[in-house]
Design a protein around this ligand. Structure first.
Ligand code: HAM
Length: 419
């Protein structure tokens, strides 16, 4: 019996893992320069964390969680997102007294949602995320947007995605808006989809996110939340738009962005792929989440970028050629020279060169073919006689030139470096 991979999961094979490593390297480098510290939290948490944090009426909690009872009967959930877990750690590990505010954290990790499979939508997927705690200034929102747009810039994806922003206000102004939205929708509710009918009572703001054409048509003239913002929320949103303009970060305002998680307030945003229509990332402010989960009231803001979707875009636009590893040198040996030559091979590797050798115990001819196949730039040939005389041949596989040189690291290095 063949045991297959679980639906919605994937194996990341070497061709693709190069792309992942490349993105992760950029992520690490960007976070280092922004002085954002890495946090790693468990893959599973108490179910209650997500019910309370993400919201009982969200699709994620309602339909998509991998929840099970452990051997002691406790309800456990595989993390469907990481913000709630990071907030839990922020409170439980007392980060506010261990680090100076604002506390800036980043993570890359797998998460799990029981979703319908589509291109770019998986049940196990990965996010790069950033969470800032302790600043209620719009400048914190702006810095997190700069981090995500810097990543897109480094990946050459800036012109492939749109940054769409909105403000969903605070508890106060959102309440007034929701009343107006419900007033507008009520006469048309019978013509809307079943999900919208349920959301009308349970989570009316999420109706704005419905992709059904009949619902979108009804919502075309719906009131927009940005017309209902209180002074504080409006000022914040204006500041953010002004700063984005000054920083020349392009964006559009999309009053329909409400996000699929209930913890947000004020500015929210999504990066949407222009050609594929997929959200590549999303985030915003969530000033009430720390207190909702049991900590001291702490303003916070952050985002999550879908790593799988970034990989998808890099492949889609053929931006991955440069990631192929070059083999600097192949060591062609015979039975008698393979072992004694290892110290040269490993020394070169310690110096950072990519080196392949004859672990298959192939014949001379087969080794040449193999070196060609893997695209080695140089081949160093060491047979029994040469080894005795402390010599070797080095062949430049691109120009075809071949030289007899001394068998030592500096002589080999010199030929490689000066090619
Ligand atoms: P989210 O919008 O649910 O936000 O997810 C962020 C990104 O993760 C999405 O834009 C998408 O690229 C990717 N993603 C989500 N679900 C899937 C899936 N099933 N398959 C592949 N990729 C997926 C959050 O999770 C928030 N915690 C982000 C955040 C951090 N907000 C503030 N801080």
């Amino acid at each position: 019996m063949n045991i297959a991979r679980q639906k919605g999961c994937k194996d990341i094979l070497p061709d693709e893992s190069k792309i992942w490593q490349y993105i992760e390297k950029q992520v690490r480098e960007i976070c280092r320069t922004y002085n954002i510290n890495e946090i790693r939290t468990p893959v599973f948490e108490a179910t209650e964390l997500y019910c309370r944090g993400v919201g009982n009426e969200t699709d994620i909690v309602n339909k998509e969680m991998y929840t099970f009872l452990d051997k002691k009967g406790r309800s456990i959930t595989l993390r469907p997102e990481l913000t709630a877990g990071v907030v839990r750690a922020y409170i439980e590990d007392g980060l506010s007294s261990k680090m100076s505010s604002p506390i800036k954290l980043w993570y890359v990790g797998n998460m799990y949602r029981y979703e319908k499979m589509q291109k770019g939508r998986y049940r196990e997927f990965s996010q790069f995320g950033v969470e800032y705690f302790g600043s209620n200034s719009y400048l914190a929102d702006i810095e997190t947007i700069c981090v995500s747009s810097e990543l897109l810039k480094r990946l050459d994806l800036s012109d492939k995605v749109n940054l769409e922003i909105n403000s969903i206000g605070c508890e106060k102004c959102r309440k007034e808006y929701i009343n107006k939205l419900k007033e507008y929708i009520k006469p048309n509710l019978c013509n809307m989809c079943d999900t919208c009918k349920v959301r009308f009572d349970k989570n009316p703001l999420r109706i704005l996110d419905c992709k059904e054409i009949k619902c979108s048509d009804i919502l075309k003239n719906a009131p927009v939340i940005t017309d209902f913002l209180c002074d504080d929320c409006r000022k914040d949103f204006e500041n953010i738009k002004m700063a984005l303009n000054k920083l020349e970060i392009e964006y559009t305002i999309n009053p329909r962005i409400v996000r699929g998680l209930d913890y947000y307030n004020k500015t929210v945003y999504e990066y949407v792929s222009k050609d594929l229509g997929l959200a590549v990332g999303g985030g915003g402010r969530y000033d009430k989440l720390v207190s909702t989960i049991g900590g001291v009231d702490t303003p916070a803001v952050g985002f999550g970028m879908g790593m799988d979707r970034l990989v998808l875009l890099l492949k889609e636009y053929n931006l991955v050629d440069k990631l192929n590893t070059n083999i600097d040198v192949y060591f062609l040996t015979d039975e008698s020279t393979y072992i004694p030559i290892q110290k040269y091979i490993n020394n070169l590797r310690s110096l950072g060169y990519v080196v392949e050798s004859n672990i298959q115990q192939r014949s001379f001819n087969a080794q040449f073919k193999y070196a060609n196949k893997i695209g080695a730039n140089f081949v160093v040939i060491v047979d029994k006689e040469d080894f005795k005389d402390n010599k070797c041949d080095i062949k430049n596989m691109i120009t075809g030139e071949q030289f007899k040189i001394k068998l030592d690291i500096n002589s080999i290095k010199e030929k490689i470096d000066n090619a």
